[in-house]
Design a binder for this molecule. Structure first.
Ligand SMILES: Nc1ncnc2c1ncn2[C@@H]1O[C@H](COP(=O)(O)OP(=O)(O)OP(=O)(O)O)[C@@H](O)[C@H]1O
Ligand SMILES: [Mg+2]
Length: 322
């Protein structure tokens, strides 16, 4: 094989030469960045490390899903991003500025709804809307609230208080309240977990519609891998704790809009579902065997009781020694 001299090098030759790092366009700065963040609860000997050395870039306009097992620290991560809890070490920034507390540009839909019990559906949503859109007229704000109440299908319940709503209805109020604030970054902590399958499906579509219309950046926490693939551009698993770290990001790469019924037959969807699920199962197994090795074999103390023989007559059972 002959080697081309510089005079013989054509565009075809150049096309196969990988671009050097310097000539590639720089990656845009993330809208939110998590840098080496650790967080635990308690102090001294009772301290439990929840997250350890978390690094994450949330890119402007992307839909990122975080998946993980219960108790791994997903809510803790969402609360750190929202500024509701502070990292023990490391830093979180938004648009390059450190996050030091909650702000209207980062809206969090809480996993446990957190509605004010003395306010109606409209009142709960209006409280946030009135605070964020102070320059709007009263009528404008009211119409805005009512639009989001309608969006989550609660117009019929607009005057009800939280105790008069089902769990799923409360979750929808919580979602409407955050969406209505139009935050730049939408943080959704399992926002659909209390909904029935049909309502969940409708709300998934609504969230995607709003995200696309408003050009928001969205981080959604879910324990449902199918849901993550349906909504997200990237999926990041949170490894099981204690001291949980993030796993590798899975790029979804499926065209939008995504049709749920078609997805089930899509090879990439099936491949991704297996890849993410297998990853989660593998890291959980590894975490469990690590815990067992650390603590040695766990001896379970069994209670010193004998089972009662229910075939005996009632009197004999009552008189038998315990
Ligand atoms: N305020 C707190 N004080 C003490 N421990 C806490 C606190 N909040 C969370 N934890 C502990 O931190 C760990 C992670 O909790 P977190 O709520 O972040 O998990 P999660 O992944 O959101 O779980 P789930 O899927 O069940 O919602 C758990 O062991 C939990 O008990
Ligand atoms: Mg949680």
């Amino acid at each position: 094989m002959s080697i081309a001299t510089s005079s013989e090098i054509t565009a075809d030759h150049l096309a196969v030469i990988p671009k050097s790092v310097e000539t590639q366009p720089p990656a845009p700065a993330p809208i939110m960045a998590v840098r080496n963040v650790s967080k635990g609860y308690g102090s001294g000997a009772t301290r439990v490390g929840v997250l350890n050395g978390i690094n994450l870039n949330l890119r402007e306009g992307e839909f990122l899903a975080v998946v993980g097992f219960s108790g791994s620290g997903k809510t803790t991560l969402a609360q750190l991003l929202a500024g509701l809890v502070k990292p023990d070490s490391g830093e979180i920034t938004m648009d390059g500025e450190p996050v030091t507390g909650p702000g209207p540009e980062r809206g969090l839909v809480f996993q446990n709804y957190s509605l004010l019990p003395w306010l109606t559906v409209r009142g709960n949503i209006a409280l946030s809307v009135d605070r964020v859109f102070q320059s709007w007229s009263k009528t404008q704000r009211r119409e805005h609230v009512d639009r989001f109440v309608e969006l989550v299908g609660l117009t019929h319940a607009i005057h009800r208080r939280p105790h008069e709503l089902s769990g799923g209805m409360r979750q929808r109020v919580s979602l409407a309240r955050t969406l209505a604030m139009k935050p730049k970054v939408l943080l959704l902590d399992e926002p659909l977990s209390a909904l029935d399958a049909l309502t969940r499906s409708v709300m998934q579509d609504e969230i995607l519609k709003i995200w696309q219309e408003e050009k928001q950046t969205c981080l959604m926490i879910t324990n449902d891998v199918d849901e993550a693939i349906l909504v997200a551009d990237r999926i990041v698993p949170l490894n099981p704790g204690p001291d949980a770290g993030l796993g590798p990001a899975f790029t979804v790469g499926l065209e939008r809009p995504r049709d749920k019924t078609e997805l089930n037959h899509n090879e990439r969807f099936k491949h991704l579902r297996n890849a993410v699920t297998n990853y989660l199962v593998a890291v959980r197994q590894r975490a469990r065997s690590r815990e067992t090795q650390k603590g040695g074999a766990v001896e379970i103390q069994r209670p010193d009781i004998q089972p009662v023989d229910l075939t005996l007559p009632r009197k004999a059972i009552l008189n038998s020694p315990i």
